[in-house]
Design a binder for this molecule. Structure first.
Ligand code: KG4
Ligand code: ZN
Length: 336
């Protein structure tokens, strides 16, 4: 079964062809990052306009790369939330047009379901149940993937998402958007023990996260040094901030693995590309005899291959959307 998948929830216009759920025949990503970098973050109106300009070419390329034509496609999968409403609408309208014109089933996918499903692409042996830490620019969630498309959320962030914290701290020390990969790079030259930043734990909610405290601590540190006319060591700051975020993410995940007797742990979302997080999770899992899964960096950040995988399992579970499918900017997990 071949699925044409479309993703346009933020600043990546992406299309992919995925066969039988796990085989990626093509994965085309047209990134708008260079454009948004001029403004220090994603400008929603520009994102929507660029999606419109690029989507047809991106889909054409995805079909060509997969050596396939629309006639060979069996279903269309598309991200319909959460994300920027104008950006999502472009993908949803395109998917509806193609499936209507060709009489194909239409399967709307939750973006986070897609991120989790990215783990299936390179790990054919991975099947639910497993524990998954989802860390992206908009989400931070710890969940048990009980079955395909069936999640039990153990905890979420109370304020900033992990990626958002990386982006805000990066901006404060003058690094370009998106800040996560920049901090990742700079931190390699710094000392993670140089500065002690807070590691938030929430009473009574051991799997919830909060990153606004560490973000404020970094901003206070910067202000304090500026007022005293002192130079800051940016690499040490990046490494220390990153260490504080990574240790909270890793500790929460290990605690959940223990409590819920999970022997397989997966990481997903843009921040899953972070070298320090991958290393810390690897060490923690090895110590406890757990098997760790994470996607290659290209499948961690936004892409349509992961949407194709999620759409396949949704399709198998019976999900079909009608022509009234709409973009849902704040779509909750588990809603259809
Ligand atoms: O999953 P994603 O591409 O988009 C959302 O669904 O939000 O995640 C983007 C986020 C951004 O905040 C970006 O800074 C962060 O992932 N990110 C990273 C790294 N690569 C991307 N954060 C830390 N280290 C990285 N290497
Ligand atoms: Zn994403």
């Amino acid at each position: 079964m071949k699925i044409l998948a479309i993703e346009s929830s933020c600043d990546e216009t992406a299309a992919a062809v995925v066969e039988d759920g796990r085989q990626v025949l093509s994965n085309v990503i047209s990134s708008q990052i260079d454009l948004h970098r001029l403004y220090g973050g994603v400008v929603p109106e520009i994102a929507s306009r660029k999606h419109i300009e690029r989507i047809n070419q991106v889909i054409r390329q995805a079909l060509d790369d997969a050596d396939t034509e629309l006639e060979d496609i069996d279903a269309v999968g598309v991200t319909y939330g959460p994300g920027l409403v104008g950006a999502l609408l472009v993908g949803v309208a395109e998917a509806k047009a193609i499936s209507y014109a060709r009489g194909l089933p239409l399967v709307g996918v939750h973006h986070i379901e897609g991120h989790i499903s990215a783990n299936y692409i390179e790990h054919p042996e991975l099947e639910p149940p497993f524990l998954c830490l989802v860390v992206s620019g908009g989400h931070t969630q710890l969940a048990i993937v009980e079955d395909y498309g069936k999640l039990r959320i153990l905890g979420s962030t109370r304020d900033d998402a992990a990626g958002e914290a990386f982006d805000k701290v990066a901006r404060a020390i003058g690094l370009p958007y998106p800040g996560g990969p920049e901090i990742d790079k700079l931190a390699r030259e710094g000392n993670p023990q140089a500065i002690t930043f807070p590691r938030a734990r929430i009473d009574g909610a051991p799997y919830d996260f909060s990153f606004s405290g560490v973000k404020s601590a970094v901003l206070n540190y910067l202000n304090h040094h500026k007022m005293q006319g002192k130079e800051i060591e940016k690499a040490d700051l990046a490494a220390s901030f990153q260490q504080s975020v990574v240790s909270v993410l890793t500790d929460h995940t290990m605690r959940a693995a223990e409590e819920f007797h999970m022997d397989r742990v997966a990481v997903a979302g843009g921040v899953a590309a972070n070298q320090c997080l991958r290393k810390a999770m690897k060490e923690a899992c090895e110590k406890r005899g757990l098997t760790l899964y994470y996607p290659s960096p290209v499948y961690c950040t936004d892409n349509a291959a992961m949407i194709g995988v999620a759409a396949y399992y949704e399709y198998r579970n019976g999900t079909r959307h009608g022509w009234d499918l709409n973009a849902v900017p704040n779509l909750k997990l588990g809603e259809h």
